[in-house]
Design a protein around this ligand. Structure first.
Ligand code: HEC
Ligand code: HEC
Ligand code: HEC
Length: 128
């Protein structure tokens, strides 16, 4: 009978520690990264890639990205051409693994209004 008294308490403690562990994992993955160069517009979400899409750390951190926010933008080639060549985000955003880097501009470039470039109309129209 004693067990029936202890168990709900044990269960509550277990539930709480799982919650805390979950929160800690959420912190560790690096959160949102908002690039400021060359354009201030692109947001990378760890939550989307890791929690929602289930990608593992090594898929990005083995070779493609350092575990340090905004280090990529210190490289002179952190531009669309590099993405089209399969570097950085373009390692996956190539139309096979994930939507292509030459499509859906406003999905990556969030919060930019009326910004224009090559397929300018597309960018401007979708970045409303
Ligand atoms: C889809 C790609 C991707 C995956 C998967 C990924 N990351 Fe990241 N992570 C990035 C990018 C991009 C950056 C920023 C690097 C840069 O700006 O040069 C970053 C940065 C970080 C940072 C630095 C944050 C800061 O504020 O300096 C940490 C820590 C990190 N990641 C941890 C993780 C961990 C742990 C996992 C696995 C649970 C993970 N990441 C999975 C892409 C990814
Ligand atoms: C390891 C592969 C990988 C890398 C590297 C990667 N992504 Fe993704 N990304 C994905 C996948 C897979 C999806 C989900 C499939 C899809 O939407 O086509 C996704 C989805 C997204 C989305 C859509 C989010 C949503 O809410 O639907 C955005 C925005 C995005 N990625 C931005 C970026 C940016 C910016 C970078 C580089 C800093 C990057 N990704 C690097 C694999 C990757
Ligand atoms: C997968 C995410 C992603 C998609 C899709 C994407 N971009 Fe980008 N873009 C980036 C990243 C990352 C950078 C470099 C960081 C920054 O400038 O904030 C960048 C930079 C740029 C730049 C400045 C550097 C350069 O190459 O001249 C322009 C202009 C640009 N993007 C236009 C576009 C247009 C137009 C589209 C759609 C045809 C597009 N982007 C789609 C992620 C993306």
């Amino acid at each position: 009978m004693k067990n029936y008294i202890i168990n709900p308490m044990t269960a509550a403690i277990l539930a709480l520690s799982l919650l805390l562990a979950g929160a800690a994992v959420g912190q560790e993955h690096g959160g949102d990264i908002v690039y400021s160069k060359p354009l201030k517009s692109v947001t990378f979400s760890h939550k989307v890639h890791v929690e929602d899409k289930g990608l593992i750390c090594d898929m990005c951190h083995a070779r493609t990205f350092e575990m340090k926010a905004l280090s990529a933008q210190e490289n002179g080639d952190f531009k669309m051409q590099a993405l089209y060549d399969g570097k950085y985000c373009g390692a996956c955003h190539n139309g096979t693994m994930a939507f292509a880097s030459n499509s859906r501009c406003a999905t990556c470039h969030t919060g930019v209004k009326g910004y224009k470039t090559q397929p300018g109309e597309q960018a401007a129209a979708s970045a409303h």
